[in-house]
Write a protein that binds this ligand. Structure first.
Ligand code: SAM
Length: 331
Protein backbone atom coordinates (compact mmCIF):
# COMPACT_ATOMS: atom_id res chain seq x y z
CA UNK A 1 0.00 0.00 0.00
CA UNK A 2 1.99 2.99 -1.27
CA UNK A 3 -0.33 5.68 0.07
CA UNK A 4 1.11 8.72 1.79
CA UNK A 5 1.48 8.93 5.56
CA UNK A 6 -1.43 11.21 6.43
CA UNK A 7 -2.72 11.17 9.98
CA UNK A 8 -6.22 11.78 11.39
CA UNK A 9 -5.58 15.52 11.45
CA UNK A 10 -4.51 15.73 7.82
CA UNK A 11 -0.81 16.09 8.55
CA UNK A 12 1.40 14.64 5.82
CA UNK A 13 4.52 12.90 7.14
CA UNK A 14 7.48 13.19 4.81
CA UNK A 15 10.25 13.73 7.34
CA UNK A 16 11.89 10.82 9.19
CA UNK A 17 14.51 11.28 11.88
CA UNK A 18 16.72 8.28 12.37
CA UNK A 19 18.74 7.79 15.53
CA UNK A 20 21.84 5.68 14.90
CA UNK A 21 23.03 5.26 18.49
CA UNK A 22 22.16 6.12 22.07
CA UNK A 23 25.85 6.64 22.89
CA UNK A 24 27.19 10.14 23.35
CA UNK A 25 30.58 11.66 24.17
CA UNK A 26 29.17 14.48 26.32
CA UNK A 27 26.54 14.53 29.10
CA UNK A 28 24.33 17.61 28.71
CA UNK A 29 22.23 17.96 31.87
CA UNK A 30 18.99 18.54 29.93
CA UNK A 31 19.35 15.25 28.07
CA UNK A 32 21.49 12.61 29.81
CA UNK A 33 22.38 11.49 33.30
CA UNK A 34 25.80 12.74 34.50
CA UNK A 35 27.36 9.33 35.04
CA UNK A 36 26.84 5.59 34.97
CA UNK A 37 24.82 5.57 31.79
CA UNK A 38 23.95 2.05 30.69
CA UNK A 39 23.96 2.05 26.92
CA UNK A 40 22.03 -0.36 24.74
CA UNK A 41 23.57 -3.67 23.83
CA UNK A 42 24.94 -3.13 20.32
CA UNK A 43 22.98 -6.15 19.06
CA UNK A 44 19.80 -4.17 19.71
CA UNK A 45 20.86 -1.35 17.39
CA UNK A 46 19.62 -1.46 13.83
CA UNK A 47 22.38 -2.22 11.35
CA UNK A 48 23.00 0.13 8.43
CA UNK A 49 21.34 -2.47 6.17
CA UNK A 50 18.24 -2.54 8.38
CA UNK A 51 18.04 1.25 8.44
CA UNK A 52 18.44 1.35 4.66
CA UNK A 53 15.70 -1.25 4.18
CA UNK A 54 13.33 0.72 6.38
CA UNK A 55 14.11 3.94 4.51
CA UNK A 56 13.47 2.18 1.19
CA UNK A 57 10.09 1.02 2.53
CA UNK A 58 8.95 4.47 3.70
CA UNK A 59 10.35 6.45 0.74
CA UNK A 60 7.50 5.37 -1.60
CA UNK A 61 5.08 6.43 1.15
CA UNK A 62 6.18 10.01 0.58
CA UNK A 63 9.21 10.29 2.86
CA UNK A 64 11.80 12.43 1.09
CA UNK A 65 13.62 14.01 4.03
CA UNK A 66 15.85 12.16 6.48
CA UNK A 67 17.87 13.40 9.42
CA UNK A 68 20.44 11.32 11.28
CA UNK A 69 20.75 11.90 14.98
CA UNK A 70 21.40 10.15 18.29
CA UNK A 71 22.84 9.99 21.03
CA UNK A 72 25.78 11.38 19.12
CA UNK A 73 25.59 10.09 15.54
CA UNK A 74 29.29 10.63 14.83
CA UNK A 75 30.30 8.03 17.44
CA UNK A 76 28.67 5.39 15.23
CA UNK A 77 31.46 3.85 13.15
CA UNK A 78 31.64 4.81 9.50
CA UNK A 79 28.50 6.94 9.53
CA UNK A 80 29.36 8.25 6.07
CA UNK A 81 28.73 4.73 4.72
CA UNK A 82 25.12 4.95 5.92
CA UNK A 83 24.78 8.43 4.42
CA UNK A 84 25.90 7.06 1.05
CA UNK A 85 23.42 4.17 1.27
CA UNK A 86 20.55 6.52 2.07
CA UNK A 87 21.54 9.09 -0.55
CA UNK A 88 21.22 6.36 -3.18
CA UNK A 89 17.47 5.97 -2.52
CA UNK A 90 15.78 7.75 -5.44
CA UNK A 91 12.96 9.41 -3.49
CA UNK A 92 15.25 10.84 -0.81
CA UNK A 93 16.28 14.35 -1.74
CA UNK A 94 17.38 15.76 1.59
CA UNK A 95 19.62 14.18 4.24
CA UNK A 96 20.57 16.11 7.36
CA UNK A 97 22.60 15.43 10.48
CA UNK A 98 22.38 16.77 14.01
CA UNK A 99 25.65 16.46 15.91
CA UNK A 100 27.44 17.87 18.93
CA UNK A 101 30.37 18.57 16.62
CA UNK A 102 33.11 17.00 18.73
CA UNK A 103 34.11 14.54 16.01
CA UNK A 104 33.12 16.74 13.09
CA UNK A 105 36.53 18.02 12.06
CA UNK A 106 37.61 14.46 11.28
CA UNK A 107 34.39 13.42 9.54
CA UNK A 108 32.97 16.51 7.79
CA UNK A 109 34.61 15.87 4.42
CA UNK A 110 33.65 12.17 4.26
CA UNK A 111 30.05 13.03 5.17
CA UNK A 112 29.87 15.75 2.54
CA UNK A 113 31.36 13.46 -0.10
CA UNK A 114 28.80 10.78 0.81
CA UNK A 115 25.92 13.15 0.03
CA UNK A 116 25.14 14.89 3.31
CA UNK A 117 24.27 18.54 2.73
CA UNK A 118 22.50 19.78 5.82
CA UNK A 119 24.14 19.94 9.21
CA UNK A 120 23.13 21.22 12.63
CA UNK A 121 25.76 21.48 15.33
CA UNK A 122 24.69 21.82 18.94
CA UNK A 123 26.52 24.50 20.94
CA UNK A 124 24.74 26.12 23.85
CA UNK A 125 27.54 28.38 25.05
CA UNK A 126 30.51 30.31 23.66
CA UNK A 127 32.00 30.52 27.14
CA UNK A 128 34.13 27.38 27.61
CA UNK A 129 33.39 27.29 31.35
CA UNK A 130 29.65 27.42 30.69
CA UNK A 131 30.07 24.76 28.01
CA UNK A 132 31.65 22.44 30.57
CA UNK A 133 28.97 23.23 33.13
CA UNK A 134 26.24 22.23 30.65
CA UNK A 135 27.91 19.26 28.94
CA UNK A 136 29.83 18.01 31.98
CA UNK A 137 32.67 17.20 29.59
CA UNK A 138 35.56 18.90 27.76
CA UNK A 139 35.40 19.56 24.05
CA UNK A 140 34.45 23.20 23.46
CA UNK A 141 37.41 23.92 21.16
CA UNK A 142 36.69 20.80 19.11
CA UNK A 143 33.08 21.84 18.56
CA UNK A 144 34.08 25.31 17.39
CA UNK A 145 36.72 23.78 15.10
CA UNK A 146 34.09 21.34 13.81
CA UNK A 147 31.74 24.18 12.89
CA UNK A 148 34.54 25.92 11.01
CA UNK A 149 35.48 22.72 9.20
CA UNK A 150 31.85 22.10 8.18
CA UNK A 151 31.75 25.55 6.61
CA UNK A 152 35.09 24.93 4.86
CA UNK A 153 33.96 21.70 3.22
CA UNK A 154 30.84 23.39 1.85
CA UNK A 155 27.92 22.83 4.21
CA UNK A 156 25.77 25.92 3.72
CA UNK A 157 24.21 26.96 5.93
CA UNK A 158 25.65 25.38 9.04
CA UNK A 159 22.99 25.69 11.72
CA UNK A 160 23.94 25.92 15.37
CA UNK A 161 21.42 24.68 17.96
CA UNK A 162 21.43 26.18 21.45
CA UNK A 163 19.06 24.96 24.15
CA UNK A 164 17.77 27.85 26.25
CA UNK A 165 17.52 27.24 29.97
CA UNK A 166 16.54 29.95 32.44
CA UNK A 167 19.24 30.65 35.00
CA UNK A 168 21.88 28.98 32.83
CA UNK A 169 22.10 30.32 29.29
CA UNK A 170 21.00 33.98 29.47
CA UNK A 171 24.63 35.13 29.32
CA UNK A 172 25.12 33.28 26.02
CA UNK A 173 22.33 34.92 24.03
CA UNK A 174 24.17 38.03 22.88
CA UNK A 175 27.51 36.28 22.18
CA UNK A 176 25.66 33.68 20.09
CA UNK A 177 23.86 36.48 18.22
CA UNK A 178 27.23 38.05 17.37
CA UNK A 179 28.58 34.59 16.46
CA UNK A 180 25.83 34.25 13.81
CA UNK A 181 26.66 37.66 12.40
CA UNK A 182 30.40 37.10 12.34
CA UNK A 183 30.60 33.52 11.05
CA UNK A 184 27.51 33.16 8.87
CA UNK A 185 26.12 30.20 10.84
CA UNK A 186 22.37 30.20 11.44
CA UNK A 187 21.63 30.23 15.15
CA UNK A 188 18.63 28.28 16.42
CA UNK A 189 17.54 28.77 19.99
CA UNK A 190 15.54 25.79 21.28
CA UNK A 191 13.28 26.02 24.30
CA UNK A 192 14.20 23.49 26.98
CA UNK A 193 11.74 20.58 26.72
CA UNK A 194 10.71 17.96 29.31
CA UNK A 195 12.93 15.22 27.90
CA UNK A 196 15.78 15.20 30.41
CA UNK A 197 16.94 11.95 31.98
CA UNK A 198 16.84 13.37 35.51
CA UNK A 199 13.19 14.48 35.36
CA UNK A 200 14.25 17.90 36.59
CA UNK A 201 12.44 19.92 33.89
CA UNK A 202 10.09 22.60 35.15
CA UNK A 203 8.23 25.17 33.12
CA UNK A 204 9.97 27.92 35.08
CA UNK A 205 13.30 26.75 33.70
CA UNK A 206 12.28 27.38 30.10
CA UNK A 207 13.84 30.52 28.67
CA UNK A 208 11.20 31.53 26.15
CA UNK A 209 11.87 32.47 22.54
CA UNK A 210 10.11 35.81 23.02
CA UNK A 211 12.59 36.79 25.74
CA UNK A 212 15.55 35.93 23.53
CA UNK A 213 14.12 37.92 20.61
CA UNK A 214 13.74 40.90 22.93
CA UNK A 215 17.28 40.56 24.28
CA UNK A 216 18.88 40.28 20.84
CA UNK A 217 16.79 43.15 19.48
CA UNK A 218 17.73 45.37 22.40
CA UNK A 219 21.42 44.44 22.72
CA UNK A 220 22.39 44.00 19.06
CA UNK A 221 19.69 45.41 16.77
CA UNK A 222 16.06 44.68 15.95
CA UNK A 223 15.21 41.28 14.50
CA UNK A 224 12.69 41.07 11.69
CA UNK A 225 10.82 37.92 10.56
CA UNK A 226 12.24 36.25 7.44
CA UNK A 227 9.89 36.11 4.47
CA UNK A 228 11.11 32.70 3.24
CA UNK A 229 9.80 30.60 6.16
CA UNK A 230 9.13 26.90 5.57
CA UNK A 231 5.69 26.29 7.14
CA UNK A 232 6.72 22.79 8.24
CA UNK A 233 10.04 23.78 9.80
CA UNK A 234 9.90 23.88 13.58
CA UNK A 235 11.94 27.06 13.66
CA UNK A 236 10.55 30.53 13.11
CA UNK A 237 13.34 32.49 11.46
CA UNK A 238 14.37 36.09 11.94
CA UNK A 239 17.21 38.21 10.60
CA UNK A 240 18.82 41.32 12.09
CA UNK A 241 17.41 44.36 10.32
CA UNK A 242 20.68 45.10 8.51
CA UNK A 243 20.34 41.67 6.83
CA UNK A 244 23.33 40.12 8.64
CA UNK A 245 22.76 37.18 11.00
CA UNK A 246 19.87 34.72 10.73
CA UNK A 247 18.35 33.51 14.00
CA UNK A 248 15.71 30.75 14.35
CA UNK A 249 13.57 29.91 17.35
CA UNK A 250 12.16 26.50 18.16
CA UNK A 251 9.49 27.47 20.64
CA UNK A 252 8.19 23.97 21.35
CA UNK A 253 6.88 24.99 24.78
CA UNK A 254 5.62 28.56 24.34
CA UNK A 255 4.38 28.19 20.76
CA UNK A 256 3.89 24.52 19.90
CA UNK A 257 3.93 23.79 16.17
CA UNK A 258 2.19 20.39 16.35
CA UNK A 259 -0.47 21.44 13.81
CA UNK A 260 2.12 21.56 11.04
CA UNK A 261 4.27 18.63 12.23
CA UNK A 262 5.48 16.40 9.40
CA UNK A 263 7.92 14.26 11.40
CA UNK A 264 8.26 10.83 12.86
CA UNK A 265 11.22 9.06 14.42
CA UNK A 266 13.03 5.74 14.35
CA UNK A 267 15.03 5.07 17.50
CA UNK A 268 18.45 3.41 17.39
CA UNK A 269 16.87 0.18 18.67
CA UNK A 270 14.28 0.21 15.93
CA UNK A 271 11.18 1.62 17.60
CA UNK A 272 9.00 3.97 15.58
CA UNK A 273 7.60 7.04 17.36
CA UNK A 274 5.06 9.43 15.87
CA UNK A 275 6.05 12.27 18.25
CA UNK A 276 8.98 13.20 20.51
CA UNK A 277 6.54 13.00 23.40
CA UNK A 278 4.76 9.82 22.35
CA UNK A 279 4.10 7.26 25.07
CA UNK A 280 3.77 4.43 22.56
CA UNK A 281 6.13 2.92 20.03
CA UNK A 282 5.89 0.51 17.11
CA UNK A 283 8.47 -2.27 17.15
CA UNK A 284 10.00 -2.11 13.68
CA UNK A 285 13.10 -4.09 14.68
CA UNK A 286 11.05 -7.18 15.45
CA UNK A 287 9.38 -6.90 12.08
CA UNK A 288 12.70 -6.39 10.28
CA UNK A 289 14.33 -9.32 12.07
CA UNK A 290 11.23 -11.53 12.09
CA UNK A 291 10.96 -11.91 8.35
CA UNK A 292 8.08 -9.46 7.82
CA UNK A 293 7.37 -8.49 4.22
CA UNK A 294 7.87 -4.86 3.17
CA UNK A 295 4.09 -4.44 2.89
CA UNK A 296 3.58 -5.53 6.51
CA UNK A 297 6.20 -3.03 7.66
CA UNK A 298 4.54 -0.29 5.60
CA UNK A 299 1.21 -1.18 7.25
CA UNK A 300 2.81 -0.86 10.69
CA UNK A 301 4.14 2.59 9.77
CA UNK A 302 0.69 3.68 8.62
CA UNK A 303 -0.84 2.46 11.88
CA UNK A 304 1.78 4.34 13.90
CA UNK A 305 1.05 7.58 12.02
CA UNK A 306 -2.70 7.08 12.42
CA UNK A 307 -2.27 6.88 16.19
CA UNK A 308 -0.56 10.30 16.41
CA UNK A 309 -2.15 12.70 18.87
CA UNK A 310 -3.24 16.17 17.93
CA UNK A 311 -0.50 17.75 20.03
CA UNK A 312 2.16 17.12 22.66
CA UNK A 313 0.19 18.56 25.63
CA UNK A 314 3.27 19.93 27.46
CA UNK A 315 1.13 22.89 28.46
CA UNK A 316 -1.71 20.84 29.95
CA UNK A 317 -2.17 18.97 33.20
CA UNK A 318 -2.53 15.79 31.10
CA UNK A 319 1.15 15.88 30.08
CA UNK A 320 3.16 12.80 30.95
CA UNK A 321 6.91 12.87 30.31
CA UNK A 322 7.94 9.92 28.11
CA UNK A 323 10.08 7.24 29.72
CA UNK A 324 12.79 7.71 27.12
CA UNK A 325 14.85 10.86 27.58
CA UNK A 326 16.03 12.72 24.49
CA UNK A 327 19.25 10.75 23.97
CA UNK A 328 17.29 7.47 23.80
CA UNK A 329 14.77 8.89 21.33
CA UNK A 330 16.99 10.88 19.00
CA UNK A 331 16.64 14.63 19.03
N1 SAM B 1 24.23 14.55 19.96
C1 SAM B 1 23.66 15.30 18.90
C2 SAM B 1 23.61 16.77 19.24
O1 SAM B 1 24.07 17.14 20.32
O2 SAM B 1 23.13 17.54 18.41
C3 SAM B 1 22.31 14.80 18.42
C4 SAM B 1 21.31 14.39 19.44
S1 SAM B 1 20.74 15.67 20.51
C5 SAM B 1 19.62 14.77 21.50
C6 SAM B 1 19.76 16.64 19.42
C7 SAM B 1 19.36 18.00 19.89
O3 SAM B 1 18.45 17.87 20.95
C8 SAM B 1 20.50 18.85 20.39
O4 SAM B 1 20.50 20.09 19.75
C9 SAM B 1 20.19 18.98 21.85
O5 SAM B 1 20.67 20.17 22.37
C10 SAM B 1 18.69 18.90 21.86
N2 SAM B 1 18.12 18.54 23.16
C11 SAM B 1 18.44 17.51 23.96
N3 SAM B 1 17.69 17.50 25.07
C12 SAM B 1 16.86 18.56 24.97
C13 SAM B 1 15.83 19.10 25.81
N4 SAM B 1 15.54 18.53 26.99
N5 SAM B 1 15.18 20.19 25.38
C14 SAM B 1 15.48 20.77 24.20
N6 SAM B 1 16.42 20.31 23.36
C15 SAM B 1 17.11 19.23 23.75
Amino acid sequence: MNSRLIDRFGRVHNNLRISVTDRCNIRCFYCMPADNVVFMNRKLLLSFEEIERFARIVAPLGVNKLRLTGGEPLVRNELHVLVRMLAAIPEIDDIGLTTNGILLTEQAQALYDAGLRRINVSLDALDPVKFREITRREGYERVVAGIRKAQEVGFDPVKVNAVSVRGVTETEIVPLGHFARETGVEMRFIEYMPLDADNAWERDKVLFAREIIDTLSREIMPLVPCDDQNPHAPATDFVFEDGIGRIGFIASVSQPFCASCNRFRLTADGKLRNCLFSLQETDIRSLLRGGAADAAIADAVHACIQAKWEGHEINTSRFVQPERPMYLIGG
